[in-house]
Design a binder for this molecule. Structure first.
Ligand code: XMP
Length: 512
């Protein structure tokens, strides 16, 4: 059993982020409900405990209070935010409601570095979000850091190895936050930094096997990073008990279906079923020009096709999904961001209940960059692991207005040239997304001596961190020139290529 750091969850929105930072320090951690019994922690080989923050006040009647026995285990404890109030409240000090609720940035002045702040600057910009503060130290504690509003913003009991900090070291906005966490893990708890991606995989494989037993698992493979990594991981765990379903909705890019078959069937020998349903999607989309309507139809048809494929596979007990941690928050927090709908779209909402399937989500606690590391370690190629995002409705929202098979074909060919040039020049890996959009307008061109009226292709290449904002990428003119002349020369039906130079906001990344 690896050395385990227990993160006791008091309902903080950042609990998973704490776990992530611990993984960044290459230490294994497990999140426990705040009521977990000390005996359980002991049995699990816990070498340190972190009390997460939480939205409650220790003064509230419903305040989550842990078993006091956790303070008797003889292992170091770090209380974050709500966690420090618990020290004040439970160990004989005093917490009080603060006159100034501290939210956002503050400056922590370190009075005594000790082991927690070893090697760090004297002043740190830190991120706070709380309403209570410690006003009287419990016996054995000393203040080691202060803020404008609190003389006890960081405290330690050097004998028992108890530390409390009012700020959130786990969030990106806290300077040296991860160093504070590392100091606690390594300097205070003596944890060894040896938990790697390989260990994660071995651990996940064990858990999947234990959960699934001899049952059959179905996974909807989209070809995107998350479902691909989930497929490779689950396949490693249970081999032939996994069946993947890939829905070819006729809105894919050139060569995509073949690439998926090549990788999963031929390379990984995964039981892959391809649902060839391009015609059905096109039939349902006929004459529909409203983008939201198109999305709905594509989503509904996807579920229909997927469900039918499941029936043909036979009895399964689990539906696997490549849900990541940010999907879990986003789907709650950011209601109308289309990116947040990705999962509800692909994750065939309602299906698990209807088909009486249990969910298997082995990546649920990971962040995107960690999923990529897992994917690489599982042997997935760079093209899959670092693939640009591609919307569920695919080229369906990139042929503007009503969709025809001819227009799709034009777009597919133009887009393939763009991707080829982006890959060839190395720009594909540097940008967030690069794609073509089919504009259903005709403009005049000359071929030989003849004037003809053909369609327009827009090239959209953007940089972004999270798709919430984006800027257009300044590609070199030579590259743009090559893309444009190849598209107009090689794709019949296109006479003009334009470049989209709008940022988000006010424009969006996709055109529809
Ligand atoms: P926008 O166009 O809103 O896109 O700036 C933000 C990100 O979300 C992707 N996107 C979608 N993904 N289904 C998806 O799965 C959709 O309907 C959808 N619409 C936009 C888009 O490609 C970008 O990465």
């Amino acid at each position: 059993m690896p050395q385990t750091i227990a993160v006791l969850d008091f309902g903080s929105q950042y609990t998973q982020v704490i776990a992530r930072r611990i993984r960044e320090c290459q230490v294994y951690s497990k999140i426990y409900h705040y009521t977990t019994k000390p005996e359980q922690l002991q049995a699990d080989g816990v070498v340190g405990i972190i009390l997460s923050g939480g939205p409650s006040s220790v003064f509230s009647k419903k305040a989550p209070i842990p078993d006091r026995g956790i303070f008797e285990l003889g292992v170091p404890v770090l209380g974050i935010c709500y966690g420090i109030q618990l020290f004040g409240h439970l160990l004989g000090g005093k917490a009080a409601k603060s006159d100034h609720r501290e939210y956002g940035h503050g400056t922590l002045t370190i009075k005594k570095p000790g082991r927690l702040f070893a090697g760090l600057p004297k002043k740190l910009r830190v991120w706070n979000s709380h309403g209570d503060k410690v006003i009287e130290l419990p016996p054995g504690f000393k203040a080691i850091g202060t803020t404008e509003n609190s003389p006890f913003a960081a405290i330690e009991d050097i004998k028992r190895n108890f530390y409390g900090i009012q700020f959130h070291p786990e969030v990106f906005h806290s300077e040296h936050g991860v160093d504070v966490i590392r100091n606690f893990l390594v300097g205070v708890c003596g944890a060894k930094q040896e938990w790697t991606t390989k260990d994660f995989i071995a651990h996940a494989v064990k858990e999947i096997r234990a959960k699934v037993g001899k049952s059959r698992v179905i996974l909807g493979l989209s070809g995107g990073v998350d479902s691909s990594v989930a497929a490779a991981l689950i396949h490693k765990a249970i081999g032939k008990q996994l069946t993947c379903v890939f829905v070819d909705n006729g809105l894919l890019r050139k060569g995509e279906r073949e690439a998926v078959i090549d990788l999963y069937q031929k390379h990984f020998h995964i039981d892959l079923r391809v649902a060839d349903s391009g015609k059905l999607f096109l039939k349902k989309l006929k004459g529909v020009s409203d983008p939201e309507q198109k999305r709905k139809i594509i989503g509904r048809t996807f579920v229909e096709v997927f469900e039918k494929s499941l029936k043909s596979i036979g009895k399964a007990e689990f539906l696997a999904q490549g849900t990541l941690y940010p999907d879990v928050i986003e789907s709650v927090a950011i209601g109308n961001n289309p990116a947040a709908l990705i999962k509800s779209h692909h994750n065939v909402g309602g299906l698990p209940e209807r088909m009486k399937l249990k969910l298997l989500e082995p990546l649920r606690e990971l962040f995107k960059d960690e999923v990529r590391q897992v994917g690489s370690a599982l042997g997935l190629p760079r093209e899959v692991v670092w693939r640009q995002p591609f919307p569920g409705p695919g080229l369906g929202v990139r042929v503007l207005g009503a969709i025809s098979a001819d227009q799709l074909e034009i777009l597919r060919n133009a887009d393939a040239i763009l991707q080829e040039e982006m890959m060839e020049s190395g720009w594909y890996w540097k940008v967030w997304q690069s794609f073509c959009v089919f504009l259903p307008v005709k403009s005049v061109g000359v071929v030989g001596d003849e004037r003809n009226y053909s369609y327009v292709i827009a090239v959209r290449v953007v940089e972004s961190i999270d798709a919430m904002t984006a800027d257009w990428t300044r590609l070199p003119y030579d590259l743009l020139q090559k893309i444009s002349s190849r598209i107009t020369n090689e794709v019949r039906g296109v006479s003009r290529v334009v470049l989209d130079i709008s940022s988000k906001p006010p424009a969006t990344i996709e055109w529809e």
